[in-house]
Each structure stands twice: as C-alpha cells, then as structure tokens.
Design a binder for this molecule. Sequence first.
Ligand code: ATP
Length: 457
Amino acid sequence: MKNRTSAMQMKNSEGPYTDISNQLNKTKSILQQFKVVAKKIAGIFSIFIPKRKRETLSGVEAHGSGSRNASHASHASGSSFGFSTRSKSRSSSLVKLSDSFSSLNSTTGEVGLFNLSIEDIRRSTKDFSPEYIIGEGGFGTVYKGQLRDGSVVAIKRAKTKTDQYNNRLTAEFKSEIIALSKIEHLNLVRAYGYIEQRDERIIVVEYVSNGTLREHLDGTRGDGLELAVRLDIAIDVAHAITYLHTYTDPPIIHRDIKASNILLTDKLRAKVADFGFARLVPVDQSATHISTQIKGTAGYLDPEYLMTYQLTDKSDVYSFGVLLVELVTGRHPLEPNKGVKERLTTRWAMHKLKEGNPVIAMDLKLRRTPASVMAIEEMLKLSEQCLLSVRQSRPSMKKCAEKLWEIRKRFRDEQARVSCPSSAHHHSEGLLERDAGKNCKQSLGIGGRDERPFMSA
Ligand SMILES: Nc1ncnc2c1ncn2[C@@H]1O[C@H](COP(=O)(O)OP(=O)(O)OP(=O)(O)O)[C@@H](O)[C@H]1O
C-alpha cells in the first residue's frame, strides 16, 4: 500500500523545452475541459445522492439551476468546489481554489452537492481523532465519519501543507476529483464531493465496509475467499475498468489497479477505489496514448509504460493481469522473502503454467477440485495474455471480462456436474430437473449471489 514508486518519478517525455505559447494553449484547453467537467458534476452528483438525501443533508433545496438562494449566491463568491457552503459566514472563511483553477469559482455555484462544511467533517470525525482512522495511503489519512443524516462515509484527508504539501499532491488531488466526479458504476467507489479550504483538502467518498481484497487474501480479514468468490471479484473489477475505459467520456485510465485498491462489501462484491493516479485520456480520440510521469505501484507496472512513459488502457490490463495472479496465488506481486525464483510472483506463476503445473501456483487456502484446478489454469492463461510485453497483443478489459464469464460458467457447470446428484435421481423423487439443478447449485453456494448484467451501472 505504501510502496508507491516515488523513486520512479520520471521526466515527462514531452521534455522541458515545449514553447511557451503551446503551454498557454494547453493550460487554456485544460481549464476549458475542467469547466465542462465542473458543469457535468452537478448532474452526476444529483444522480449519486437521492433528492431526499440531498435535502436532508443541506437543510435546503439542493442547488439546482432553479434553486438559487442566499447560500448559493454566497458560495459563488468563493467556496469549496465540491460542497456548497451552509452560510455566508462559512463561505467567507473558505479560500479560493488555487490560481490555475480560480476561473472555475464562477461555476461552483452550479455544483452544489449538499451542504457540508469543514466543520461538519471535523464534527463527524471528532476533529480527525485517531480513533476514526481506517487507513493510510499515499494521498493521506482515511477516516470513517457519520454525517448528520446518519450516512456513513469515508473521508480522505490529504497530507497537509505542514507535512508534505507540494505541487504533485495538488495535481493528484485535482486528478482524483475530476476522475471521481465522472464515475457512476456499482463496482466503483462513489464520490460525494470534496472540500478545499486553506491547506485542507478532503474528499468524501462512499464507505465500503469490508476492507481491501489484499487484507482478505492475506487472511487478516474475513474467513478466506473461495475460488467462486475470487472469480466474482475478478469479474467485478473487470467490469469497473471496462466502464472506465469504454463508457466514460473521455475514457479514464485508472493507473493503480491493485489488490489494496479493491474494496469489498459485506457480500464480498468488489468496488475499485483510489483514483488518485487516474489520468483523463486526451479528448483527441485518434491519440493512442498519453505521455506522462511514471506512476503506479511496484510490481503492477506495465513494462512498456516504464520504458516509453506512454500510458494506454493496456497499462491497466497489465495491472489487471497481476491482480489475477494475486487472486490465484494469494501472494503479493513482490515476495522479497521467498527464494530467488519465487520473488516475482507473476514470473513464478507463469513459469508453473508453462511447465504444465499451474496447480503448484494455486493458493494453499483454496480447495483443489477438478473444477477449481481447471478454473485457476484458465485464469492464469488469461493473466498470461494480460502480461504480454507487447501491449497491442494484450486483450481489452471487455475481453477479459467476457473470458472470465466463460471461466466462471465452466467452473460452475463442472462443480455441479461432479457434485450434484444426477437429474434421474431427482426425477424419481418427483423433482423437476430444473429445480433439482437449482437446489443443488444453492447447496454448493453457486449462483446464489447477486448476479449482475455485464455493464450494470
Ligand atoms: N471508501 C473507503 N471505504 C472504506 N475504507 C477505505 C475507503 N477508502 C480507503 N479506505 C481504507 O483506507 C486505506 C487507505 O486508502 P487509500 O486509498 O488512501 O490508500 P491506498 O490506495 O491503500 O494506498 P496508496 O494511495 O498508497 O496507493 C485503504 O487501504 C482502506 O483500508
């Protein structure tokens, strides 16, 4: 979680000598894009938060276009971008966004989500008391808080000016906000808004109750994950990334897909979190990549991205390949305490696959059955494709999701075939074949979970 590759911060491949007018044009177009995003946010967040809830949270009508009121007018003059402010006195204590984004202040009045001030956040976390801390990441500290209406949220507080404030952090903060504001999918952590006040930067997101996938694989949380559950998680993540790559406009590359960024619900469904590194793909659809600083987490990074600094959606596919290996093996991508041949988990697992011995790479916590051995072999074959060094040869995330569906179906069918009594037996007991299959699958814990259409949002 903390092994972010700061040492790998590298120079932008565009180089430092770009001429000034180009820079100005770029800045203008970024500001224009941001304005468009700012306008969209109002719409998106009004979907995130039901009207009734918005009203409860604000105590006034939500800030739609037809509901300008005193507090609305007040924050147009200088408020946090994400959250509207509750009163003139509050808004006067808020600072403007940084200079490069100050032109957006004129649009903030359009963007009111619900009334939440820094004071509300402080109250809900007992002034950021350590007892409310639920995690620590590269961005800062994460707290669990309860809002006035009782809803539970995760509050991500950026490292402050006094410790690590710098431009990179600011850029990361804004990057996260832009990306989050565009997200609406069951398998992606929902954003509620943000506050930027003096040196305080806070993002409020959906609280996901059951820890990270990494914690479950490590056995520090939960009772272990069955293979059927791991397959469901892989499919959830594939759906989420497919959505980012294919159905957001412009597409979003996550850049930091890893087990500690996958949060699990109580029903063990996955939600992809942490868009701190997300980078919007250029609007120019003909562009096939963007040049960027190297960011991500060691062990998950696309080698071609490392060599060329060029980021494409296939960099996420690579990281997804690493994640699949984690799901099969239970191991971390880097295992420094293992023997030399096993330290790089993907290499070791791929080697076992090539030797025809994929079962050796299977997490010892998983039951070995014909169905599970078949499924992990198929999963490793898919990760082999995702990990190909030539990125064009890697499958798209959509293809990965489809392949995983197939694997899950075969796994379930195989489990049912081996474990369920024959249909003839059920006929003799007067059970319909269909019902017999259903009962049998239920007793195996197959198909009883929340099934979702492919791109459900
Ligand atoms: N929405 C959330 N709901 C519940 N817990 C969360 C949520 N977001 C983060 N956490 C907890 O806080 C921890 C830190 O999260 P954060 O996203 O800041 O960092 P990270 O992704 O784990 O690390 P890094 O940012 O360095 O990659 C997570 O591992 C998780 O335990």
